[in-house]
Design a protein. Structure first.
Length: 278
């Protein structure tokens, strides 16, 4: 573990990504304890204020403090990312391991179901769910989570197939171990690094998808702040107050960039071949 962190500090992509991701987490944690103003507090007399000592990033068209909204928006993004990626990770890994262990028609059925799910991206799934149940944060999480399931299922199945072909798995079979025991003792530990990297990248995709859904009015609903909805509201006032769209857009870009850089760095650090090359 000490060697990992020593190599991680020397890896520019991981270092930059880790710092940006830590800032995202710090903003979310800070919003649980403190915000300069209540994020949903409307103060019409102070609308469209420029950055000042009272309002560090200014106010929006309803007089709400932008810095407070950005802090709470980080919390919202992390909640969506953790739950949606968690759904995809748990269900997708289970299906991928099942497909790899059983092979035959079970593998074919799971992979074809994954292909079918890919035909419905998160945005389209959210629109369908919204039409049935109405817009909201829960529908965004469900839609993004469903989209993540085939992603993890495919990656797990491909990586697990390579492990099942190894000699130590053959030895475990000869020793009398069943498919479940082999999966838990040998397959999952050997594909964990690939799943960690994919989870990091999927987290970034989930944040981006949630912002897109909220921008369209299908995600987080008022008065809960959301970076995507802040971006949509700021777009209509680009000529009067362009910073209304710049701040949430910058938050989305830096968060997604940080997670992608950290995922790229983790791939290099956790892959033995790439680690030796470095």
């Amino acid at each position: 573990m000490t060697d990992f962190w020593q190599r991680a500090r020397r890896h520019p992509s991981f270092a930059i990504g880790f710092v940006l991701t830590a800032l995202l987490a710090a903003a979310a944690l800070l919003s649980l304890l403190w915000t300069p103003y209540p994020p949903a507090e409307i103060d019409i007399p102070n609308k469209l204020q420029p950055p000042s000592a009272a309002h560090w990033l200014g106010t929006d068209s309803l007089g709400r403090d932008l810095f407070s909204q950005l802090l709470v928006g980080a919390q919202n993004s992390i909640v969506v990312g953790v739950i949606a990626v968690g759904i995809g990770l748990v269900v997708g890994v289970a299906l991928g391991c099942l497909a790899s262990a059983r092979r035959g028609w079970v593998e074919e059925l799971i992979m074809r179901a994954s292909d079918f799910t890919f035909a419905f991206p998160a945005l389209l799934s959210a629109i369908m769910l919204t039409a049935i149940y109405g817009p909201g944060l829960v529908m965004s999480i469900v839609a993004i989570g469903i989209f993540n399931i085939p992603v993890f299922a495919r990656i797990t199945r491909g990586a697990a197939n390579a492990v099942w072909a190894r000699e130590f798995v053959t030895a475990a079979r000869a020793a009398g171990k069943g498919p479940l025991a082999i999966t838990l003792d040998h397959v999952l530990p050997n594909i964990a690094s690939q799943l960690i990297v994919q989870a990091t990248i999927s987290f970034a995709t989930a944040i981006l998808a949630e912002a897109a859904l909220s921008y369209l009015g299908l995600g987080t609903q008022p008065p809960t702040p959301s970076w995507g909805r802040m971006l949509g509201e700021g777009q209509s006032m680009m000529y009067q107050a362009p910073m209304l769209a710049v701040w949430p857009g910058l938050a989305i870009v830096l968060s997604v960039l940080g997670l992608n850089l950290m995922g790229d760095g983790l791939r290099d650090l956790l892959d033995p071949k790439l680690a030796r090359q470095r």
